[in-house]
Design a protein around this ligand. Sequence first.
Ligand SMILES: [Zn+2]
Length: 244
Amino acid sequence: MKMTKIIFLIFLITSQIIYSQDLIKNILKTVDQVNQELLNITAPSDEEENKIGEQLDKEIMKDKKTVNDYKFQIKIIFDKIKKQTDRKKINYRYSIIKDKDFNAYTIAGGKVYLLTGLIDELEKEEELAFVIAHEIAHNELKHCIKKVQYAAKASEINPLLGNLVQIAYSIYHLPFSKEEELEADKRAVELMKKAGYDKEGAISFFKKLQQKEKQYRKENKTEENDFISTHPNTEERIKKIEKM
Ligand SMILES: [Zn+2]
């Protein structure tokens, strides 16, 4: 082969590589642009909260195993509570996670995670209705999105969707304050009563939680949102609900 022919061939191959790298770069740029949407984190709308929640849920669900309906008619119970909510634009929904912990949690944008380890211990529909109502109450009272707002402000990041999702992911498992828990209990009892459930379900749920707490203390299990937590005191929660 002549030298000029070889040089031409090398040129052709190199330009081909550069071209495909540019193509990949462009594709990544488009993905990035979708993720770089600017949100108003000082006063997020319900739509913006839903957007954060959708992306955050994708991250959370990456390493989770789920089951369809489990032990109770969960969809029916969930829908009964959801019907009583005030934040109609929030995308309230749930997943049942295969996990032995006695726990449940929720994130901004209304997704609720119910763990099979918790459902296994429940006997009555009213008990599960309270758990669902309590998680929904955290979002009715904007506790989840406020946590994201505070964290975003504290870290002084640009309020881009991707950044906010990352921040939300790093804090979603952290417990709420004692005041927020008591506030969520109160709203939950209101929601369950409106949905036609007896508040006794809340009390018997907390009695089951007390039993689990003894076990978790022995195991030195660390605090985790939303029910594996040392505050507030479960006895205090029961007393407050009895007076409602
Ligand atoms: Zn809670």
